[in-house]
Design a protein around this ligand. Structure first.
Ligand code: ZN
Length: 172
């Protein structure tokens, strides 16, 4: 995983059911598909239910502007089963990866394949779902694996404290 400083700690907070495969898959994609001047960044991984509820409260019961309509528990991010990614390019080769790209059509290595879809298609081949396929609200950076569950079932497990022992990750 080339983006070890930021993405790896975020990956380590994903649900144990997907944590290692996400790390290994990102590593494999980076090595097999892209030159060293391309990295995959995990922009958002786990967002706990408490964090989501705090966001939801903002502008309603706490100061600030309303920034989300999603209550805690309604996002697969809340269970560590989803992550959002972007691609980092060192276009001028000076070792700086400061720019995050959300360009789904870019083909940096000119191999005739859109870089974004190279990432997406590997994850899809492993049973992950891509937010770009969501008909209700298309979400290109989003990748998730939900093991057949809906958020209501996961929230019920969470509220019943059906956790993997010693953690706050729900038992699947
Ligand atoms: Zn997402």
């Amino acid at each position: 995983m080339r983006d070890a400083q930021v993405s790896l700690p975020r990956a380590m907070l994903l649900h144990p059911a997907i944590r290692q495969v996400v790390i290994d898959t990102i590593t494999a994609i980076e090595i097999a598909s892209f030159p060293p001047t391309v990295r995959i960044r995990i922009v958002q991984g786990l967002r706990t239910i408490d964090e989501q509820n705090a966001l939801f409260a903002q502008g309603r019961t706490t100061p600030g502007k309303i920034i989300t309509n999603a209550r805690g528990g309604r996002s697969f991010h809340n269970y560590g089963l989803a992550f959002d990614f972007a691609i980092m390019y060192d276009k001028d080769g000076n070792g700086s990866f400061e720019t995050l790209s959300w360009d789904v059509n870019y083909d940096f290595d000119k191999d005739g394949k859109k870089d974004w879809m190279e990432v997406v298609n590997v994850f899809k081949s492993l049973g992950f779902a891509w937010g770009g396929d969501f008909t209700s609200l298309s979400d290109d950076p989003h990748i998730e694996k939900v093991f057949g569950y809906g958020w209501r079932e996961l929230l019920a497990k969470y509220n019943a404290k059906q956790f993997i022992t010693g953690t706050n990750y729900v038992k699947l």
